[in-house]
Write a protein that binds this ligand. Structure first.
Ligand code: GLV
Ligand code: MN
Ligand code: MN
Ligand code: MN
Length: 415
C-alpha cells in the first residue's frame, strides 16, 4: 500500500467534508422552517434570499454571474460561451420540503468547481453552475418553469398568466421581485451555450440504499402530469339541508380519491391527490366547490393516459350520482425521458461502473434532455423519503457526490 497516496486521499476527504458542511450550513439557514420544512417558493422574499446566496457563491469564486431571460441564474468559470459543461439544479422547494431536493445539486456544483481548482484542472471549455427557477411549481402549479421556458416547451404568454393561490400572476410576481416578465421565452443563445448538462440530485427513493451504493446515474424519468379536477356543487346549511337535498361536491371527490388509488394499483402506476381547495371552506357549510389536483405517473405514457381516463370516468359517474358537475383539465404533462446512452456511459465509466436507475420524479435535466445532452447523478437517500422535512442524505455520501461530480466535469470539460 502506498501510505502517501492513502494519507493524501484521507486529507482530501476530510477537507471536502469540512468545505461541504460550511457551504451547506449557510444555505440551509435560508428560509429554514424547522419541523414544518422549507417553503421556498418562486419569486418570494425567501427565493430572493436564495438567489442572493447564489450570487454571493459566484462572486466568492470569481465566477461571472448572469441571470437569463427566464430568471435562471448562471455562474461561469471562464467566459460564457457555446459548448459549455453545465451543472446545477434548483433552490426552490415544495411546501414543507426538505433541505436536499435541489440545493444538494447547486451546492455540489460550486464545490465541484472548488475541487477541480484544488486538483489544478483548467477546463478546455467554459463551465457553468446553474440555478433553475421554480422547479417544483409549488406556487404557480407548473413544474420546471425555468427550464421549460428556456427550451420553449412552455409559452411565455401561458407562463405569464399562471396564478398562485392568491390570484397573483407569475408576471406580477416577477415584477414585484424586480424581474422583467416581458423577456420570457425560448432562449437560443443560452441553449447554444449548453454543450452538456449534468444535474446532481438526492435520490428520491431507496434504489441506491437497496444496492448499497453511495452514487448512481439516472436512466429514465417516468412520464407524468398534473390534472385539476373541479367538482361544482351547491353551498347550503350543514344543519338544515336534508341529505337527499344536497349537491355535496365532497362526496364524488372522496370517491374519486379511492378510484384513483384503485386504478393506480391495478395499472402499476402512481396517483396522488396532494392539494385540495374547498369553497367556501366552512365547517358548517356544504362546500359549493372542490378543486383537487391529481398527480399521475407511470413507467409509460399509455399507462398514464389509461389511468387518467379511468379516474376521469369514475369522477363523472360519482358526480352524476350527487347532482354535481365535474371538469378535469390537464395543467401540465411531461413526456417520458430516456437519458442518452452516450453521456451516461461516459459518466458511468468515469465513476467506475455505478448503477443506473429510473425515477418517478421530474427534473430540469429531464426537460433539457429534449434539447441538449443531459444526465443525472443521484446521491443515496438512506430512507428514500423526499418532499418532506425528513428528507436526508449522509454527509459522507454528499461528499462522495461532490467528488464524483468533479471527476465527471473534469472528464467532460477537458477532453
Ligand atoms: C418534482 O420534484 C416532481 O417530480 O414532482
Ligand atoms: Mn422535488
Ligand atoms: Mn428536485
Ligand atoms: Mn423535482
Amino acid at each position: 500500500i502506498d501510505q502517501h497516496a492513502l494519507q493524501n486521499a484521507e486529507r482530501t476527504a476530510t477537507d471536502l467534508r469540512r468545505r461541504f458542511e460550511q457551504v451547506w450550513e449557510a444555505l440551509a439557514r435560508v428560509g429554514d422552517g424547522g419541523a414544518a420544512g422549507y417553503h421556498r417558493f418562486a419569486w418570494t422574499p425567501v427565493d430572493l434570499a436564495l438567489r442572493g446566496w447564489f450570487e454571493e457563491q459566484a462572486a466568492r469564486r470569481g465566477m461571472t454571474y448572469e441571470r437569463d431571460r427566464n430568471g435562471n441564474q448562471w455562474a461561469w468559470w471562464g467566459p460564457p460561451g457555446p459548448g459549455a459543461v453545465v451543472t446545477g439544479s434548483h433552490l426552490d422547494s415544495v411546501p414543507g420540503g426538505g433541505a436536499f431536493d435541489g440545493p444538494l445539486g447547486v451546492v455540489s456544483a460550486f464545490l465541484a468547481v472548488d475541487e477541480l481548482r484544488e486538483r489544478g484542472v483548467t477546463p478546455a471549455r467554459p463551465l457553468a453552475v446553474v440555478n433553475f427557477t421554480d422547479e417544483e411549481g409549488a406556487r404557480f402549479g407548473v413544474a420546471c418553469v425555468g427550464s421549460r421556458l428556456l427550451t420553449g416547451v412552455l409559452s411565455p404568454a401561458d407562463a405569464r398568466e399562471l396564478r398562485d393561490a392568491d390570484g397573483v400572476t407569475l408576471a406580477e410576481a416577477m415584477r414585484a421581485a424586480g424581474a422583467d416578465p416581458g423577456a420570457l421565452g425560448r432562449d437560443e443563445e443560452a441553449l447554444a451555450r449548453i454543450g452538456a448538462f449534468v444535474e446532481l440530485h438526492i435520490e428520491q427513493g431507496r434504489g441506491l440504499a437497496d444496492l448499497d451504493a453511495p452514487v448512481g446515474v439516472a436512466s429514465a424519468i417516468w412520464p407524468h402530469g398534473r390534472w385539476r379536477c373541479t367538482f361544482h356543487g351547491e353551498a347550503n346549511h350543514a344543519g338544515t339541508t336534508r341529505l337527499a337535498d344536497r349537491h355535496d361536491p365532497m362526496l364524488p371527490f372522496a370517491s374519486t380519491v379511492l378510484a384513483a388509488r384503485d386504478s393506480a394499483e391495478r395499472l402499476g402506476a402512481l396517483a396522488t391527490f396532494g392539494k385540495v381547495r374547498l369553497d367556501p371552506n366552512g365547517t358548517n357549510a356544504i362546500p359549493s366547490r372542490v378543486d383537487a389536483w391529481l398527480d399521475g405517473r407511470a413507467p409509460d405514457a399509455e399507462t398514464v393516459r389509461a389511468m387518467v381516463a379511468e379516474i376521469t370516468a369514475a369522477a363523472r359517474t360519482a358526480a352524476a350520482g350527487h347532482g354535481v358537475r365535474v371538469e378535469v383539465v390537464a395543467e401540465s404533462t411531461t413526456p417520458v425521458v430516456r437519458f442518452g446512452d452516450e453521456l451516461r456511459d461516459r459518466i458511468v465509466a468515469v465513476l467506475g461502473g455505478v448503477p443506473a436507475l429510473p425515477t418517478g420524479a421530474g427534473h430540469d435535466a429531464g426537460i433539457l434532455s429534449a434539447s441538449v445532452p443531459s444526465a443525472m447523478i443521484f446521491v443515496r437517500n438512506p430512507t428514500g423519503v423526499s418532499h418532506s422535512p425528513a428528507e436526508h442524505a449522509g454527509v459522507d455520501d454528499c461528499v462522495a457526490g461532490v467528488a464524483a461530480l468533479a471527476s465527471v466535469l473534469e472528464q467532460l470539460a477537458c477532453r
